[in-house]
Ligand binder design. Structure first.
Ligand code: HEM
Length: 404
């Protein structure tokens, strides 16, 4: 699927009578659903319209995830089938049934859907995370398992992770001392930047793309970068009409394509010069020591001694990570499980544990004086809290133990 061709698909669309298109789609869906395969009953779900399926109801009831949850509650079912366009979407709310899909039947379900946002975020499905099942996925998975996420590499990167955990504590400590802030900490901002800082340090051996703040916090460039990262994450697998009715792609009805392209441009603005410069340094022989994961990726060779990864594959690999947290039974923090489960459970857990451990070891936390309780209501368009969590931090260790 080439999403860069949306203007030309528009021209093509206009050159055919719309009626023909509608008939062709109907016929295609009919043939698809009557292929010579044994038919098993589908899980329960709302009655779909011809062609569009349940898309109209879904569009009327945004956010989609809440509509689906309510529907399943009404049907009193932990599994459902919702037809969107001619695709059957099967939501599951029970961890045991989820394991059936992700572990017991993972051969059947080990591909990933082709969506506009995953296409753009993975540089055309070059990375391991979002790619459909196939040779590219296998290649990138092997590279990650052997060279990036191996236990030996994890150990090698220990010092860099500690540096960023120290920086996190330093930042919160400074915020406690800044008299105008009264120790008030925006925990969403702090944890998002901590995660991004760890990844930047492991990948590029640097904390800031711009000039950081004096208190250890991010400057304009890094705020812009982290905002772009998390906007992209929020759009991955989020509901987008044209993912189900591809002839509407050129209209970009949900505006996802525009957002994704804009944020991807920002990410590239910061990544590309560093990647290009580093590739050149290795080519010119100016760089000799492997100091971070970018060096690791650049210096990998195939059996003939040629670079194993192209520039675009390196760029795709240096990419966004999910921060949606369940354990192996999928009941709590989720790294998912089975063939497509997270490859970086050790790194992801180290980052999450270190974040909690350092914040709890270094500080006592209380609610802001004007907030009697934590508002747990979720945002309209995602499952994140509607308002970032604010809390007052108070140092609880002797002053000399806080990093300078
Ligand atoms: C707290 C941090 C993290 C969480 C909660 C997390 C969670 C997940 C989840 C839920 C998936 C499954 C996605 C799907 O079903 O398509 C996944 C896949 C993946 N994750 Fe993570 N992840 C985290 C950090 C990381 C990091 C730091 C890396 C690498 C540096 C990473 C590498 C991957 C890869 C390569 C896959 C794709 C595996 C495949 O499709 O074969 N993750 N992660």
């Amino acid at each position: 699927m080439d999403y860069s061709l949306s203007t030309s698909s528009f021209t093509t669309l206009l050159s055919f009578p719309i009626l023909f298109l509608v008939l062709a789609i109907t016929l295609f869906s009919f043939i698809q659903s009557h292929k010579n395969v044994k038919q098993y009953p589908l899980p329960p779900g709302p009655r779909p319209w011809p062609i569009v399926g349940c898309l109209p109801a879904m569009l009327r009831n945004k956010p989609a995830y809440r509509w689906i949850h309510n529907l399943m509650k009404e049907m009193n079912s932990e599994i459902a089938c919702i037809r969107l366009g001619n695709i059957h979407v099967i939501p599951v709310t029970c961890p045991n049934i989820a394991c059936e899909f992700l572990k017991a039947q993972d051969d059947v379900f080990s591909s990933r859907p082709q969506t506009i946002s995953s296409y753009l975020a993975s540089n055309g499905y070059l990375s391991a995370v979002l790619s459909p099942f196939g040779d590219q996925w296998k290649k990138m998975k092997l590279v990650l398992a052997t060279h990036v996420l191996s236990p030996r590499r994890h150990q090698w990167l220990h010092k860099k992770r500690v540096e960023e955990a120290d920086n996190l504590v330093r930042l919160v400590y400074k915020q406690c001392q800044e008299s105008n802030q009264e120790g008030m900490v925006n925990l969403r901002f702090t944890s998002q930047h901590y995660c991004a800082n760890v990844i930047k340090k492991l990948m590029f051996n640097k904390r800031y793309f711009g000039v950081g703040m004096e208190n250890g916090g991010p400057g304009f460039e890094d705020e812009q970068y982290v905002d772009a990262l998390f906007t992209i994450l929020n759009h991955l697998f989020s509901f987008c009409v044209s993912d189900f009715l591809s002839f509407l792609t050129w209209l970009d009805l949900d505006g996802h394509e525009e957002v994704m392209r804009e944020k991807d441009r920002i990410i590239r603005k910061y990544h590309d010069p560093i990647i290009d410069d580093r590739i050149q340094q290795w080519k010119d022989g100016k760089k000799k020591d492997i100091e971070d994961l970018l060096d690791v990726l650049i210096t990998l060779n195939d059996d003939n001694g040629n670079p194993l990864l192209s520039r675009d594959e390196i760029r795709a690999q240096v990419e966004v990570r999910k921060v949606v947290l369940a354990e192996n039974g999928l009941r709590f923090i989720s790294f998912s499980t089975g063939k497509r489960g997270c490859m970086a459970v050790t790194l992801g857990s180290a980052m999450t544990n270190m974040l909690f451990a350092r914040l709890l070891q270094g500080f006592s936390w209380s609610l802001p004086s004007n907030e009697p309780s934590i508002d747990l209501s979720t945002a309209g368009d995602s499952m994140a809290l509607a308002k970032p969590l604010l809390a007052a931090a108070k140092p609880r260790l002797p002053a000399h133990l806080y990093p300078e």
